[in-house]
Design a binder for this molecule. Structure first.
Ligand code: DAH
Length: 342
């Protein structure tokens, strides 16, 4: 029996345990209650009494050896596993992650640039509500009731109230400005406007305009042309050409649409300018005497011009954004292209 014990002793010593499965095999083969060592203790009972002492001592040795090997290996495997699942220790000498800066929305960039250009020639910035009443959005601006001119702009009404609308243009802010002050006025009014349009590549129900107004004694159409010419050169570069096309708006007389020479093809014709060499950026005109009267200003004493331009349109020309929806989708792949906040 001693022989047998020694053989097992050697086995236990030489066994290599590398993972949980092997450990479990080892446990049930040697340490467990049904293992070989337990069997040997069992057969100790039948050994000759004079040998029992020596065999018992050997057996106890073997038992301790197996038990110790089991606990040590279990501890070792547990620490190994814990180390494997723990994050690698921090290396403080590595360079840090850069601080992601975000970028300014292209429309905000262009709006800020427009404000900067007009501020330098003495225009203030004014603001007004996006939810407007009929008076400020239409009636004061010389849109007669039920006149087809109202249909130039597809309007969102607030609930069932025909008097409250989401403003369809920033011209409503001109009226608020004039009603609440005394001439001279020289201001631009950038802001969001709303029209009941199906959203597509070319149209959106929310977009941005910048309105401008200059009211004083002796303001002429020439001042309007000069101001917009100056703006266009500052915004698009000194080679830009500008032209005025006769048009109609209820709140200006005479009225003109403003075109600039196409930035993309420089006037030779491309699909952006529909092969005309010109692109429209807004409307303008001399403020209609009725509008001045509606705002408590004497049209005999004061005259002035007004204009309204689309900020998306200007942005598209500068950056060639081909789909209006990109401005409102918050896709960082698009927004990132406009550089970090400066
Ligand atoms: N409000 C016009 C529009 O939304 C744009 C406009 C045209 C504004 C002529 C003006 C103006 O101030 O004089 O289409």
């Amino acid at each position: 029996m001693l022989e047998k014990i020694r053989a097992i002793h050697q086995q236990v010593e030489s066994i290599q345990i590398e993972n949980g499965d092997q450990l479990e095999q080892f446990r049930s083969a040697y340490v467990g209650r049904k293992g070989v060592i337990a069997d040997l203790f069992e057969s100790l009972k039948t050994a000759p009494p004079e040998d029992r002492r020596a065999i018992g001592a050997e057996l106890n040795n073997l038992k301790n050896l197996a038990q110790n090997k089991f606990t040590e290996t279990r501890d070792r495997l547990e620490t190994q596993q814990a180390q494997a699942t723990q994050p690698a220790p921090v290396d403080l000498t590595l360079p840090g992650y850069p601080n992601e800066m975000g970028s300014m929305h292209p429309l905000s960039m262009v709006r800020a640039r427009i404000v900067e250009i007009f501020e330098r020639i003495g225009f203030n910035v004014a603001d007004g509500p996006e939810i407007e009443d009929d008076w400020h959005n239409f009636t004061s601006l010389n849109f007669p009731p039920n006149h087809p001119a109202r249909e130039m702009q597809d309007t969102f009404f607030i609930g069932k109230n025909p008097d409250m609308v989401l403003r369809t243009h920033t011209s409503s802010v001109q009226v608020r400005l004039m009603e609440n002050g005394k001439p001279p006025f020289r201001a631009i009014m950038p802001g969001r406007v709303y029209r009941n349009e199906a959203i597509s590549v070319r149209a959106h129900c929310v977009f941005h305009q910048v309105e401008g107004i200059y009211i004083d004694r002796n303001v002429s159409f020439m001042d309007l042309k000069q101001t917009l010419y100056h703006f266009s050169r500052e915004m698009f570069g000194k080679d830009i050409r500008i032209r005025f096309r006769p048009s109609f708006f209820p709140f200006t007389e005479p009225s003109a649409e403003i075109d600039i020479s196409c930035l993309i093809c420089k006037g030779s014709g491309c699909n952006i300018c529909k092969h005309s060499g010109w692109v429209e950026i807004g409307g303008s005109g001399m403020v209609d005497p009725n509008v001045l009267t509606n705002c408590g200003i004497d049209p005999e004493e004061f005259t002035g011009f007004a204009f309204g331009m689309g900020i998306e349109r200007i942005t598209n020309l500068l950056y060639q954004v081909r789909d209006l929806r990109l401005f409102t989708e918050n896709d960082v792949r698009f927004l990132r292209q406009f550089g970090p906040v400066s």
